[in-house]
Write a protein that binds this ligand. Structure first.
Ligand code: NAD
Length: 256
């Protein structure tokens, strides 16, 4: 894609087997230098080493997206290492069965699950934008992509914290698009449908995947590489007139 070669990206939530991991690989294939960052530092470093072994440029970093000092340090590290920051992909989420199974309906959800989910999936994304935007505004260019979920459009009667946190990204994305657009910084939102990542395989049943496939206007369910391709496009010069938009990448599962 146009304009990605030798640019610099952060994938905030990247480990092998996930959407962030596939995106880091794709961005490196497009010629970007990629900082692969994750709470699981060894997983991020493993992925970065794989990218380098395949001829790409990448470095792995540990960070906690919900901690402002940690996220600010990651952005500072990126600028010190590569001199700039062109693309920020916010993709981290705590999809562990322990958190997801405890995230029930509004009447019963434990407050610690609510706060933790908001901290990681909404406040964390805001913290990244808060510290990346000044760098991008100074250079007069940049692209930020946030990850929502097709489940927000379905509104299931459970997982209230996840839905509330992800829904908040609509406002965060549109605000950032308005703030940065005139100065060359774009911000967009993508909503994966059921995507066969390691986490999704661990937290969904065969029955749910069969239902997902039957709802999709596609012969297959999503792959992490499908989402990675959209992030690469939104980072590229080919998307320079796309700002503040929301995209469902779900094989047509949620046509209304
Ligand atoms: N897989 C799907 O079907 C699907 C569907 C809709 C939306 N999504 C969204 O896509 C994104 C990626 O999902 P995935 O399936 O690849 O999951 P994943 O579990 O593979 O990726 C999430 C990553 O975030 C990291 N993480 C968790 N807490 C963190 C923290 N505090 N700081 C830094 N990193 C942290 C995890 O270690 C993990 O590597 C998530 O935002 C998820 O909500 C996924």
């Amino acid at each position: 894609m146009r304009g990605l070669k030798d640019k610099v990206a952060i994938v905030a939530g990247g480990s092998p087997g996930g959407i962030g991991g596939a995106t880091a690989v794709r961005l490196a294939e497009e010629g970007m230098a990629v900082v692969v960052a994750d709470l699981n530092e060894s997983a991020a470093q493993k992925l970065a080493a794989e990218i380098r072994a395949n001829g790409g440029e990448a470095v792995g970093q540990g960070f906690d997206i919900s901690n402002e000092e940690s996220y600010a340090g990651l952005i500072d590290f990126t600028v010190r290492t590569y001199g700039t920051l062109d693309g920020l992909y916010n993709v981290a989420a705590d999809l562990s069965p322990a958190t997801m199974n405890a995230d029930v309906e509004v009447t019963d959800v434990p407050l610690d699950i609510w706060h933790h989910t908001i901290d990681v999936t909404l406040t964390g994304y805001m913290l990244g934008i808060r510290h990346a935007l000044p760098v991008m505004l100074r250079q007069g260019s940049g692209s930020i992509v946030n990850t929502m979920s097709s489940s927000v459009w379905v509104a299931p009667p459970t997982k209230v914290s996840y839905q509330a946190a992800k829904s908040g990204l609509v406002g965060l994305t549109r605000h950032t698009a308005s703030l940065g657009g005139k100065r060359g910084v774009r911000c967009n939102l993508i909503s994966p449908g059921l995507t066969l990542t390691t986490s999704a395989m661990a937290t969904t049943t065969e029955e749910l995947r069969t239902q997902g496939l039957s709802a999709a206007r596609s012969p297959r369910l999503g792959k992490p590489e499908d989402i990675a391709a959209m992030v690469a496009f939104l980072f590229s010069g080919d998307a320079e007139f796309i700002n503040g938009q929301s995209f469902l990448i779900d094989g047509g599962a949620h046509l209304t």
